[in-house]
Each structure stands twice: as C-alpha cells, then as structure tokens.
Design a protein around this ligand. Structure first.
Ligand SMILES: Nc1nc2c(ncn2[C@@H]2O[C@H](COP(=O)(O)OP(=O)(O)OP(=O)(O)O)[C@@H](O)[C@H]2O)c(=O)[nH]1
Ligand SMILES: [Ca+2]
Length: 934
C-alpha cells in the first residue's frame, strides 16, 4: 500500500513478500467478495425478544438516555427498509452471528471477522494516505461500527463460542466497547449512503443488574454525539500466560508490544494487525479514542525495538508523535495538582504551552513557586525551573517541599539540599532568613530592597547544582549549553528531546580505578574527549606526577643508602678503628643533613670505601635534596613543570644513575610509589620534554587528571558500534538516549556518606573495587593498618544500605583484573581474611604454559574473580535481599570498560521493561538477568 503524507513524502506501508516460501502458516485476511457480504439488507419485523437464542439487545429509542438504560444502544430499526439507511444497533458476538447466519440463513447485520480485518487494513490505508493521525480526519463517510475488541483483534474468543456470550462477559467484563471503522465502499458497494451502525457487545443481552454494575453512574463515559458507551477496555489473554493476545503463541519471553490502554500484548506477527495504523500510537484498534493507562504515560513516544523493526523511520516517528500529541492521550487536567489545587483544562494548557514547561509531567501533586519558577513534586526538592508567573494552581505553601531548614524562599521552607546549594553559592543563611528569589536568580532578604546577589551567577554553580541534582534556570535560547549536549539534541526530533537523562553513579574507594573508568568512558563515548586546554592541563599534571614519582624514588634512595651503610658499619665495627667509626657516623650525618655536611663527605678520605650502590654524586645529590625539599614544602606544583626545560638534563642524568636504577629495582618496597609510576618513569625523559603530548593511555594511567573537587559528570550517549548492527534493534533511538556518568570520590561523600542522598535520582550505582587490593594495607590516622579490600567492603556496605539507594540496582565492577591475575599467582588470595575460604581446585595441567591445546579449565585469576564476585553477591543479597550484577574489568582496556558500561545500560533497559512483565514473570527473569558476566 503506497501512501503520501502531508509533506508529500511517499512511503509504503507494507511490502509484498517476495522471499522463499515459508514453512509455517501465515495469518491471512481472506479477500472479500463484496456481493457475498451478508449485509443487513432487509430486516423483517421480527420480535427479537421471542427469538431467545439470538444474542440481541432491545432496540434503544433515539430519545432514551443511554446512561439510564445502559444495556441499550442507539438504534433505528426500520423494517422493510435497507438496514443501511438508518442507524441500527444489534448486539452480536460476531462469530455467534456468523454461525447463526449460516444456520438460519438470516440476513442480518453480520460481519465476519474477515470483514472486520479487511476493514481494518483499509482503515490503516485510509488514515495513512490522508495522514489522518488526528481525530478530525476520521472520515464521516466511514461506516461507524462499534464492535467488540474480540471482533477486530480475534483476541478473546474462539469461534466455537457461539452461544456462550455470557461466558465471554463473565470472563472479560470490561473489554466491551470499541470502535472500528469500515469503509463504506467495501461494505456496501458504491452509491450507498453511509449509515452509522452502532453495535454493542454481547453483554447487552444480559439482564439489568450486572451491566449497571459495569456501567452504572458513569455518564462521563458516554460520548454524547455518538451515544456510544465508552468504557476503557481491559484485556486479558485467553491463551497461556505470557502468550500473544491475538495468536496465543509465544511465551512471556517473546518480545511483545503493549497496548497503552488495555495492556493487551501482541507478538511481532500480530501487532500491526491488532493496532492498525496507530493514529493514537500503540493502542489496539479497538482502544482508539480511549485514554491511556496512566501508568504507561512515561513510555509515551518511546518507541519499542519491535516497532522499529516493523516500520520505517518516518512511520515510527509519526506514530510516536501522534502518541504523544493526540488529544486522547493527553493528561487529564484534574490529575495534576499544583500547590494543592487540581488544574482545570486552561491551566494545564498554560502550563504545557509556556516557554519552559515542566518536563515529564505525570498525574500527581506538584508545587510551583510562581516568583522564581521553581517546580517540584509535592514534598520534594525542586526538580526544574519552569516559566515563572504562570497563573496555575493555588498559592504556594510553606511546607510544599517538606523542607526543615527554617530558611525560606518565596514563602517556602527550602530543603537541605537547597540550603547546601545556597551555602555553596555564598548566600548567607545564618539566622533563619526569608529570601525573595526572582526568576533570574537575584535575591534579597524579605523586607529589604537591595539585591544581595545572583544565586546562579557564581562560576561553578551549574556544576554544584548538577552535583546536587538541583535545577538551574535554562535560558530561553539554550544555545550556550554544553557543546555535546546541544549537538545531540539538535538532531533529536522534538518529541524525543524531553527524554529522561539516565544517570549512572560511579563510586569506589580511592585507588579502585573509578577515575580510570570515568576517563575511559570519556574517551569511548565523546567525539572530542578532551579539549586543547584539558590536554594541556593533563600534560602538566602528568609531568608533575613524574617529578613526584622521582621524588619518592630519591627518598627511597636515601633510605636504602642509609640502611646499607648501617649494615656495612655493623660488619666492619668489629675490626675497624674508631676513626672509621667516626667517619661512618659523619657519613650518616651526611645522609640526614646532606646539604650542610656535603663538603665533609666529599673531603672525607675514606669516602670511596663507604660508597654503596645507592650513593650518588655531589651534583645529583644537590639536585635530589633540593627536589625533596621542594616536595616537602608542597611547592612542587608551583615550580614544575615550568622549570622542566632547565631540569630535564639533570633528571635524565639522575634516572640513568646506577644508584637510582638500583633503587628502582626495589620499588616494591616504596609504599608511596604507585604501581603505575613505572609506566611513566620508564619514559620520564620523553614525558618531561616541553613538546610532550600525552597519549590516551597516558591519560588513563595518570593520577589526578579528573575532578579536583571529587566530582565529575559526563553526558554521553552510547554510540552505535558496528557490532550492534547484528541486532538491528539497537538503532538510532538507543543511540540518542542520553546518559550521565557521575563519578564521586568516597571522600567526597562525606561522613557516613551523608551526601549520597543528593544522588537519589540516579538510575543505578556502579561500584568499583580494585581486585588486586586484597593484599594491600593502608594506615589510618591512628596508625592502624587495614586491608584495603576490607575497606572497600565497608564502603560498599554503607552505600548499599544507604536509605537513598534502597531500590537501586547495583553493578559491581571488579577492576584491575590484569594486575589481579598476575598477583594471585604470587600472593594467595587468602591473605585477605574475608577470602580465607578460597580453595580453588586447579587442574594439574594448568601449569603447563607451553601447551597449545585449548585449555578449557579456568585460570587461577578467573577462579579468584568468580569467587570474589560471589562473595560480594552474597553480601549484597544479605544486605538488600536483591541480586547484584557484577562485571570483571580491566580499566586500562577500552573494550573491557565499554562492555561493562553497556552491561549497565542493559540493566537499566531491563529496569524500564520490567513493568511489562507481571511480578511472577519478573522474578523468574531476574534470576537470569543477574548472572555473572565475566
Ligand atoms: N593495570 C591496571 N591499572 C589500572 C586499572 N584501573 C586503574 N588502574 C590504575 O590504577 C590507578 C588508580 O586508579 P584511579 O583511576 O586513579 O582510581 P581511583 O584512585 O579510585 O580514582 P581517584 O581517587 O579519583 O584517582 C591509576 O594509576 C590507574 O591507571 C586496571 O584495570 N589495570
Ligand atoms: Ca587515584
């Protein structure tokens, strides 16, 4: 079927299948011979009530009030005349009538299911050809039928249920009324006047009471012009649980599309038949015109993968647009309460059409500060700043956001987070002040005239607000926003723009590699990971780091020299003279106060005898001492790397010096020296050049590159990778979904993680652990030394049990697998007391590294990783009763981090789709989804 849209774009709705024959039955629409259609031609004057086996309703007189006589629908039976000439209402179960039509040769107003389905497809063609996604364009000349859901979707009945109309009722009490349009031409042939025939479902045959229960008092459900009952359909499948509502095939795991109104679920083969052209988005044809299920409002306009597979981009876009914008799907105004008052239609329109409307509005209670434009859910901190001065809702209440700070803003007691924000903005908040804050952020204390400042004016406030998940005013022309953001949003169609930003919180104890993963994400997902400025800063950071490592080496050299001298002294003290002992003590002093006693050392006659391999020459010694002094005084950053050019030759000489080389060999004994230092020290000479340009790996390995304040945000979307093409499901839309990776330092979370509550709106927590920490110790302020893995565990526990994250998904990243793999061969995992029951069974062939046969037995590293994951999973389950997702990662390898972050996306995606599964289905599924991904 070819159609032309308003824009003149031609597109085909369905293509003829030209492939090889298929081995299964294809549902088909039986062609209709117009002449053979059993039309309700002449209705003889039959007393239907006497014909008890025929499921009929009593005719409803045009004057009768349908609400008072709900079992009757409008009808205009006119004996002796063509049934098309007047309105007629007959209650039929479609099949039952078909059978009866055959049995009794009745010429009734009967429609077979084939007819209805051909009517449907015609409808689809009609509406797409006129681009009639709005109600208006529904052609009046169409024969209006009200048939049951079952008729069109073949959903809930079986053809042998000819007489069991009552059963159907009982089982499907609310899938009753719906509308299907059938082209006049197809039904009646040309030349006939379009009649309006309104059918009601079988239950009209029922007697009184039941129906009143179903419809009683619901005048609102009657559409006056058409006088047709409008009860929101509700679907239940007759097939086995989880199967498609139309063909009854498939299981709960089959991908399905859900009707926004009645929750009927259709498989990929049935969805287009059941939903037709979707003029109001994803609704069964029979649900068109009905309000959506409010719990599904969040998914309006968010296209499923299934539709994207079935339809082309243009079609998908139009359907999604219609879904979001069509009248029937709009939020009922009375569902929105602002400052305690339900909105009327005009208010809702004002709210939605203002220049800066609330995003993602759902039914609910909101507060609105008309002066500043702050907007939030009742009892919560502000979520957005919308257009101010809108005349909607009542006056704001002091407890609107449930604040308890005794600080007031435009009459509302603000929340703790806002107070924190004000403090960071430099607003004086002592003495329970009442502020008057305008939409531009200017504020004054109540009763005073002077503007004291601008809340959002201060540099860095945007980041602070992002950190605290507080809104900032958005400029009308939001062109100055973050580069990447605006780039992306420009290519997103309007209706996608207001999508949720999915936030991922990345945390880990210091040294766990969180910064590395953050940087890796930046490199992976940003077209330009670092700006020129950033690169320059990174370069300086790396160079300072190298000087830092050098300093640690020099310090170590001092120590080693001292130690070896002491050892020599002890050896010699038995047979050496006092003079030598004296000289040695001098030598010791040299070590301790090198600069001042320098000459003594040089002048000493026995100097050469008491050199150790850790001793360096005078020039280098002087440089070394100076460097150490500078480091201790904390001036390193100020002097380096500006002085790089001057000192580069000295550094080069120093690094080549045997004493330094010897020290470097013992670097494992230097606790202060991070393992990554060797990566840089080995290339120190190159790095310290002025023309050095850090590589991606350099940046990844460099400490201190990100987040001086402990917080870093990265807005990104997962790019479409080549491998994704395998599943064409992952198309554009997923690529356009926006994510935000927020990385926080454990120390940035404050005591007892008190700042964690700022992150209540994140979608998931990614917790990072360095696997190779199991034998590492840190010494705290009290001189107590604690295993780093246990520290990580403690931190993990406090985050998992934090009230903010009660229902949060957690992904554990077991990081630095490369280092772990190597370490576990040398150091038993049982070094850490938490892992004392690790007793791997290792195949005896394992050690044969030369064997080129495929070694299927896992390595010790893999066993250890698995064991560690299980340990954390058990702990998590104990703490939260839920499943922990886990992923083993090598932070320095892009692919590894990419896989882990995509895994995170899958978990969130699953979270989104979870509601489409029933509870029992979910619990089954979750067992699978939480599997361990190595
Ligand atoms: N070999 C190896 N090194 C890693 C891996 N992940 C991180 N590192 C290194 O480990 C060091 C510490 O990692 P960081 O990213 O600084 O982790 P962090 O200390 O938690 O983060 P910050 O406290 O923000 O610096 C860095 O030098 C990284 O280069 C990994 O998977 N393998
Ligand atoms: Ca670090």
């Amino acid at each position: 079927m070819c159609s032309v849209t308003e824009d003149g774009v031609q597109y085909s709705f369905a293509l003829e299948y030209t492939g090889p024959p298929v081995g299964y039955d294809i549902p088909r629409a039986v062609p209709i011979n117009v002449n053979n259609i059993p039309v309700a031609a002449v209705v003889p004057h039959i007393n239907f009530q006497q014909n008890i086996t025929l499921p009929v309703v009593k005719p409803l007189l045009p004057s009768s009030d349908p609400s008072k006589n709900p079992k009757s629908v409008n009808t205009g039976k006119n004996p002796g005349k063509d049934c098309g000439s007047e309105e007629a209402a007959i209650t039929v179960s479609p099949t039952s009538v078909i059978e009866r039509a055959v049995d009794h040769n009745l010429q009734e107003c009967v429609f077979s299911s084939e007819l209805s389905s051909s009517g449907l497809s015609n409808d689809a063609g009609t509406s797409s050809s006129t681009n009639s996604f709005d109600d208006k364009s529904r052609d009046e000349s169409l024969l209006k039928l009200r048939v049951s859901n079952e008729l069109s979707s073949n959903r809930d009945w079986e053809s042998n249920e000819s007489v069991s109309s009552v059963d159907v009722d009982d089982e499907y009490p609310s899938s009753r009324v719906s509308s299907v349009k059938v082209s006049n031409n197809e039904v009646h042939g040309e030349g006939r006047k379009a009649p309006v025939v309104t059918f009601r479902d079988i239950e009209s045959n029922d007697d009184g009471g039941d129906i009143d229960d179903g419809f009683g008092g619901n005048e609102g459900f009657f559409e006056e012009e058409e006088r047709v009952l409008r009860i929101k359909p509700e679907a239940r499948s007759k097939g086995k649980k989880g199967s498609c509502y139309r063909c009854f095939k498939g299981s709960r795991f089959t991908e399905k599309e859900v009707c926004l109104v009645c929750d009927a679920k259709y498989c990929i083969n049935c969805v287009l038949r059941a939903m037709g052209s979707m003029p109001e988005g994803r609704k069964c044809v029979t649900c068109i015109g009905f309000p959506i299920d409010e719990s599904k409002r969040g998914s309006l306009g968010k296209c499923s993968r299934m539709l994207k597979r079935l339809l082309n981009n243009l079609e998908v876009r139009q359907i999604m647009k219609a879904e979001e914008l069509c009248e029937a799907n709009q939020l009922p105004p009375e569902y929105v309460n602002v400052n305690g008052e339900p909105l009327c239609h005009e208010e809702l329109v004002v709210l939605q059409t203002c220049s800066n409307p609330p995003k993602k509005m759902k039914p609910g209670n909101y507060w609105y500060d008309k002066v500043s434009g702050l907007w939030g859910k009742a009892g919560q901190k502000p979520s957005q700043i919308i257009s101010p001065h809108l005349n909607v809702g009542g006056p704001i209440k002091a407890n609107a956001s449930n604040g308890n700070t005794q600080v007031f803003m435009n009459g509302r007691e603000i929340t703790k987070v806002e107070l924190r924000m004000l403090q960071l903005a430099g607003v004086q908040c002592a003495g329970n002040p009442h502020f008057w804050v305008n939409e531009d952020g200017s504020y004054q204390e109540e009763g005073q005239k002077n503007t004291k400042g601008y809340i959002w004016g201060k540099a860095g406030m945007k980041l602070v607000c992002a950190f605290l998940s507080l809104p900032v005013p958005s400029k009308p022309s939001d062109s100055c926003g973050e580069q990447v953001n605006s780039l992306i949003s420009r290519s997103i169609p309007d209706y996608l723009e207001q999508r949720t930003l999915l936030k991922l919180l990345l945390v880990g104890h210091s040294g766990s590699g969180t910064s590395t993963i953050f940087k890796q994400a930046k490199i992976l997902y940003k077209p330009v990971p670092f700006t020129e400025d950033e690169r320059e800063n990174i370069k300086l950071t790396i160079q300072s780091n190298v000087y830092g490592y050098l300093g640690i080496l020099l310090e170590g050299r001092d120590r080693f020299e001292e130690e070896s001298l002491t050892a020599v002294t002890k050896e010699q003290s038995t047979d050496e003279t006092e003079h030598i002992a004296l000289m040695n003590s001098l030598q010791l002093q040299n070590v301790l106060k090198p600069l001042t006693t320098y000459n003594v050392k040089v002048g000493s006659t026995s100097n050469t005898n008491h050199q150790t391999i850790y001793s360096i020459g005078p020039r280098l010694k002087a440089f070394s001492d100076w460097l150490l002094k500078t480091m201790v005084s904390g001036n390193l950053e100020a002097i380096f790397p500006a002085a790089t050019r001057e000192y580069a030759p000295l550094v080069e000489e120093l690094l080549k010096d045997e004493a330094i080389q010897a020290t470097y060999k013992r670097r494992n004994e230097l606790e202060m020296l991070p393992s990554v230092s060797s990566y840089f020290l080995e290339r120190a000479v190159d790095i310290l050049r002025t023309d050095y340009e850090p590589s991606d790996l350099d940046i990844l390995c460099a400490e201190g590159v990100t987040s001086s304040n402990g917080l870093a945000c990265l807005d990104f979307s997962y790019p479409q990778s080549a491998s994704d093409d395998n599943y064409d499901t992952e198309d554009q839309h997923d690529a356009l979904l926006r994510y935000q990776l927020i990385s926080v330092h454990s120390r940035g979370l404050g005591e007892n993680c008190k700042w964690l509550e700022m992150f209540e709106d994140v979608g998931m927590v990614i917790f990072c652990v360095a696997m190779n920490d199991y034998d590492q110790y840190t010494v705290d302020g009290n001189g107590l030394s604690t295993n780093k893995m246990l520290l990580s565990r403690k931190f993990f526990e406090s985050i998992v049990t934090h009230p903010t994250f009660e229902q949060m998904d957690f992904l554990l990243i077991l990081n630095k697998f490369d280092l772990f793999e190597e370490k576990i061969e040398r150091v038993p995992l049982t070094q850490c007391e938490w892992f004392d029951d690790f007793h791997p069974v290792i195949s005896s062939h394992r050690s044969n590294s030369n064997s080129n046969s495929i070694n299927t037995s896992p390595s010790l590293g893999q066993l250890g990783a698995h064991y560690m994951a299980v340990k954390f999973k058990r702990l998590y389950s104990l703490l939260s009763g839920r499943k922990l997702y886990a992923s083993v990662v090598k932070g320095l390898e892009p692919d590894s981090v990419d896989a882990a972050l995509k895994y995170a996306r899958e978990i969130m995606k699953w979270d989104e789709e979870k509601p489409n599964f029933s509870l029992s289905e979910y619990s089954m599924y979750s067992t699978e989804a939480s599997s361990y991904s190595p």
